[in-house]
Ligand binder design. Structure first.
Ligand SMILES: NC(=O)c1ccc[n+]([C@@H]2O[C@H](COP(=O)([O-])OP(=O)(O)OC[C@H]3O[C@@H](n4cnc5c(N)ncnc54)[C@H](O)[C@@H]3O)[C@@H](O)[C@H]2O)c1
Length: 392
């Protein structure tokens, strides 16, 4: 018999919100998850009105406090199976903590929290209460990110010497915060974004791509957090030079003032035997460069084991649901893959079984905490004109 679809409750998503929409599409991708209720807005009247006007029926709540309290009263099977937090950064910690305390799994947007102390508290609560918790580092969900991870971690490029991991945008090259962009408005406000605009918003994605693919950690870093657009309190350009846990070096960088760049996230890894290049704006292939050989371009759906470079391929990678090559997968597919993997853990949790949120399928709470530690370390270094600072 078919399993009942998991029920998801949204926290945030009304009033022209951005990322709630790709998430809710990705939630419905497989038919095995559905959005059933939401606290869509901080204003209770708007929250209820937006819920009434939602494109399919959902139960509206006046606030996330009301939603969590109501759902927490119900047994598993009748309540939401997980909450999706898609609010600005300063409204992640409180609802996440309340859900965890109520035993409700959480899929939370990044950056995890505004302060490192809050992230530490979340890690402790998640591990003590043993509740599934995912962080929405979207790009880890591309099939090609998973293949890159396999290639680098299985040593096919040799020892990693150098990584350039970047996320370059141009939308904050002008004062979008004064032009009616609600997304810009809170991102440049330290009270709502945290100690960094550019670094927290997209530098953390570049960091997570490096960590996910290479398995390496940042040991220490030098940072320059710059503000090019006058009148802003936070960085709109973010550069870190990092020492990696294997002794290699990396640039982890981001910009929001690079006019013309849209969502130019990418990674280049140079190892002792070869290099790997991947860009999320063309996420269907990765390029491998080997000395004295023609470049190899691996397309999702056209990857075969034991082809002269690749050895055996992990069964779970090859079993990931995908569509035939040439029908492009992209952003929504990556999000759906994260929700699909999180769903498996939530189903195990509901059934009282073990699950393994080790960061191999989606970013876990410790990964989220590492993102915040990275920003806190970068702020300290940048305040000291780019001095080396050990990762917190
Ligand atoms: N993973 C990604 O690729 C990605 C992309 C964009 C944004 N994000 C993250 O997602 C989060 C939201 O970003 P966005 O650009 O969608 O913001 P947004 O401003 O478009 O939307 C924020 C939403 O939160 C709601 N909200 C605010 N306070 C609330 C409260 N107290 N209760 C209920 N709802 C409340 C707003 O009404 C709105 O619906 C941020 O943390 C951001 O960093 C992640």
């Amino acid at each position: 018999m078919a399993q009942r679809p998991l029920a998801v409750g949204l926290i945030g998503g009304g009033g022209g919100a951005f990322i709630a929409q790709p998430h809710q599409r990705a939630i419905h991708f497989d038919g095995t998850r559905r959005v059933v209720c939401a606290a869509l807005h901080p204003d209770p009247v708007i929250a209820m009105k937006e819920a009434e006007n939602w494109p399919y029926p959902i139960q509206g709540y006046r606030s996330y406090d009301e939603m969590i309290a109501d759902q927490a009263k119900k047994p598993i099977g009748e309540r939401i199976d997980y909450a999706l937090i898609v609010t600005p950064n300063h409204v992640h910690f409180d609802p996440a903590m309340k859900c965890i305390q109520a035993g409700i799994p959480v899929f939370c947007e990044k950056p995890l929290t505004v302060t490192l102390d809050e992230s530490d508290q979340l890690v402790k609560a998640v591990r003590t209460k043993k509740v599934p918790f995912g962080v929405a580092h979207t790009y880890l969900g591309h099939w090609t990110s998973r293949l890159s991870r396999h290639i680098v971690r299985s040593g096919l490029l040799g020892e990693v010497r150098w990584v350039d991991s970047y996320y370059i945008q141009g939308w904050l090259a002008v004062r979008a915060e004064d032009m009616g962009s609600m997304q810009a408005e809170w991102r440049v406000d330290p009270k709502r974004a945290g100690g960094s605009c550019c670094g927290g918003d997209i530098g953390t994605h570049a960091l997570m791509q490096l960590r996910f693919v290479t398995g390496l950690e940042i040991k220490r870093l030098q940072a320059h957090m710059e503000t090019f657009v006058k009148g802003r309190q936070l960085d709109d350009h973010f550069t870190t030079y990092c020492e990696l846990s294997n002794g290699g070096k990396a640039l982890v960088r981001a910009s929001q003032i690079a006019i013309g760049h849209k969502n130019d996230l990418g990674i280049e890894i140079n190892g002792t035997k070869g290099s790997l290049i991947w860009r999320q704006e063309e996420p269907e292939s990765i390029t491998i460069l080997l000395p004295g050989q023609p470049d190899r371009v691996y397309w999702r759906g056209e990857v075969k084991a034991n082809d002269g470079f690749l050895g055996d391929l992990p069964a779970d990678l090859m079993a990931e649901p995908t569509i035939p090559s040439g029908h492009p997968e992209a952003f929504h597919d990556a999000f759906a893959r994260l929700h699909r993997c999180f769903e498996a853990d939530v189903r195990a949790y509901n059934a009282g079984k073990e699950w393994k949120d080790d960061g191999s399928k989606y970013a876990n709470v410790e990964d989220g905490r590492t993102g915040i530690a990275f920003i806190a370390t970068a702020i300290e270094s940048s305040q000291q004109n780019g001095a080396w600072v050990a990762m917190k």
